[in-house]
Design a protein around this ligand. Structure first.
Ligand code: 430
Length: 241
């Protein structure tokens, strides 16, 4: 499917990422809200454009209630812009939610955190096991990549860095992803694998509970040591006066 820019009414900018800008849009034919990512491809190499095409194809193949739904792609040749139309998630992302909690000195509801865990497992099950011999690794599970829709459903987003990985392909080597949630095997230079995504999910759940990541450090070097040692160096809270 490939639509036209005229099919949509652009409402406002939501934010900007490394790729370009995200807008809230309304589809004229049905009045529904969506988000589109505007990606300028003018200055891109042929290689990068190919990668972009394969990522869009990957996105369009993923359909699951716990994965941000891709709807449409629009190529606007006049401005060399690719628009990727995605689901509008009214509840925004978990990073925003964590910051709100920190500001108001409140914790998240335990029932909510269990729902995030369950629904994230469903999302990962879909990418990790959907097609035999092909594993889609997310590689960047973090609060800013998990969204909530109007009904409070959890949606894993941004497969911009995800890669289709054949059983023996070794292109999972490049180190991407939030350093805080980096798994020990990735730090040691091992292959990123399904379990590395699961580690990140564990870190996400920890952060939802405590409002800070399980492992922290002043820089990647210190952080790496703490992750490998399994120590978070957090000061124990004591009730003793
Ligand atoms: C980079 C961008 O990625 C997004 C944004 C998504 N999104 C959908 N509905 C939203 C409502 C409010 C805020 C963001 C919303 S889904 C998605 C993705 N990668 O799948 C993003 C990511 C995190 C935070 C903000 C943004 C944005 F501002 F650039 F949109």
């Amino acid at each position: 499917m490939s639509g036209h820019v005229e099919d949509y009414e652009v409402l406002n900018v939501i934010g900007t990422g490394s790729f370009g800008t995200c807008y809230k849009v309304r589809k004229k034919s049905n009045g529904r809200l969506y988000v589109w990512k505007a990606i300028g491809y003018g200055g891109m190499s042929e290689e990068k454009k190919q990668l972009l095409v394969s990522e869009v194809n990957l996105l369009s193949g993923l359909q699951h209630p716990n994965i941000v739904q891709y709807f449409d792609r629009i190529i606007h040749k006049e401005t060399a812009t690719l628009y990727i139309v995605m689901e509008w998630c009214k509840g925004r992302d978990l990073a925003t939610l964590i910051n709100k909690c920190k500001k108001s000195s409140s914790f998240l509801d335990e029932g909510f955190i269990w729902r995030v865990l369950y629904q994230m497992c469903r999302a990962l099950q879909e990418c990790h096991w959907k097609v035999p011999n092909v594993t889609i690794l997310h590689r960047d599970i973090k609060p800013a990549n998990v969204f909530l829709d109007e009904a409070g459903n959890v949606k894993l987003g941004d497969f911009g860095l995800a890669r289709i990985l054949d059983n023996d392909a070794s292109f999972a080597h490049t180190l991407v992803g939030t350093p805080y949630y980096m798994s020990p095997e990735v730090i040691k230079g091992g292959k990123y694998n399904k379990k590395s995504d699961i580690w990140s999910l564990g870190c996400l759940i920890y952060e939802l509970c405590s409002l800070s990541p399980p492992f922290t450090g002043p820089n990647i070097k210190h952080l790496s040591v703490r992750i490998e040692e399994g120590k978070n160096h957090r000061q124990n809270v004591t009730l003793a006066g």
